[in-house]
Design a protein around this ligand. Structure first.
Ligand code: NI
Length: 391
């Protein structure tokens, strides 16, 4: 750990207090009214300009450098989860059944900390930094809604992070290319003909047909996807029948597809449909696939990932190349429109994300805030390019 100045120690205390406040009052996707109000208050106190964000929750702040240059964005997500907290922390959630179990309160105060630091660097900043406190990452497509408002239309690069319990505090995961998975969801209906369990020849057994479909679907990954690409198809629910001596008319399955390359993701629904309809038809039933694309894979820009390694080192963080995660993250929606990078920040967590026992190490807040403020200053300078000498 780096030595802290008195000013940094004070900022750390302030951000930690803010986090406790947010942690005690978690709010679910698109219900982040108190969080929004708190953020507006803290930004006003720091004399940081807010820009109108035409959404019910979420905040957009802006810091304008004294020198001209490009506009970049830093993003934090602010929502919590419907989980009953079980940490026993003195600042544990005071709201029954809701918890900041994904550490978005950590993201919020870290990015706020970056804003507070940047406010003091306006003189040296060569451009503008927009800071987006985004609602509804967990559920509801907050990123897509932010993009639709047009407030990021002038942004040339965007950056964000997720805390990672398995990475130690003081370490950051930086990687170019795919970092998190594209997430899709599907439901499969099989319609056979119900009959007496003792006379299967009089009906069409939806359970046996569903079983064939489940097995055949695995070939979409093992036989139809290149070994150099990645995909996972998981059936997570299978429901059919309600007693022991009747073969049911219908069976239903549900599951998810995770991919890391857009061309792989695009090809999968048609391949699954062929299997579902074809296998069902071959065995005399009707199979239907209902496929919903939820979010694309998160793909980091190569140049920005490289630049971030340098900034991280300068900010006192150790850099590792993280293993990509097959979880989804709606920051991927921004990266489809705007180049940028997403990082995994080490927080030495006590358990996994989305777990009621998760406690993260708050000593990660200050280094994260410093990293993102350094990143903004460094990147604006690098993006502006070498200055022409005027004579
Ligand atoms: Ni999260």
């Amino acid at each position: 750990m780096m030595i802290k100045t008195a000013e940094e120690a004070q900022l750390e205390q302030q951000l930690t207090d803010y986090r406790h406040q947010l942690h005690e009052h978690p709010e679910l996707s698109f219900e982040e009214y108190e969080t929004t109000k708190a953020l507006e208050g803290w930004l006003t106190e720091a004399d940081i300009e807010r820009v109108d964000l035409p959404m019910k929750t979420g905040v957009l702040a802006v810091i304008r450098g004294k020198k001209s240059g490009p506009t970049i964005a830093l993003r934090a997500d602010i929502d919590a989860l419907p989980i009953q907290e079980n940490t026993g922390l003195p600042f544990a959630s005071q709201i029954s059944g809701k918890m900041h179990a994904c550490g978005h309160d950590f993201h919020t105060v870290s990015i706020l900390g970056a804003a507070l630091l940047l406010k003091k660097k306006e003189e040296e900043m060569e451009g503008t930094v927009k800071i987006i406190f985004q609602p509804a990452e967990e559920n509801g497509g907050g990123a897509v809604k932010v993009l639709k408002t047009g407030v990021l239309d002038d942004v040339e690069a965007i950056f964000g992070m997720h805390n990672m319990p398995y990475i130690p505090t003081g370490t950051i995961g930086i990687k170019s290319g795919p970092l998190m998975a594209g997430v899709d969801r599907f439901v499969i209906d099989v319609e056979g003909t119900g009959t007496h369990a003792a006379a299967p020849e009089k009906g069409i057994d939806s359970i046996v047909i569903a079983s064939h479909i489940i097995t055949a679907l695995q070939t979409v990954v093992s036989r139809n996807t290149s070994p150099l690409d990645n995909a996972v198809i998981s059936i997570t629910r299978l429901e059919a029948g309600n007693t022991w001596n009747v073969l049911p008319q219908t069976a239903q399955m549900e599951g998810t597809v995770r991919t890391f390359q857009e061309h792989v993701r695009d090809g999968i629904p048609a391949k699954m449909q062929r299997v579902v309809e074809g296998v069902a038809q071959a065995l005399g039933a009707k199979g239907t696939l209902h496929y919903t694309k939820l979010g694309p894979a998160l793909i980091n820009d190569e140049k920005y990932a490289e630049w971030a390694v340098e900034t991280a080192g300068k900010s006192g963080l150790k850099v590792i190349s993280p293993v990509p995660s097959s979880a989804g993250e709606d920051f991927a929606e921004y990266l489809k429109e705007i180049p940028g990078a997403f990082f995994f920040m080490g927080v030495s967590g006590t358990s996994d994300l989305h777990h009621p026992d998760l406690i993260i190490d708050e000593r990660a807040i200050l280094p994260s805030a410093k990293f993102f403020s350094n990143l903004a200053v460094d990147f604006l300078k690098k993006m502006s390019g070498p200055k022409m000498e005027m004579s």
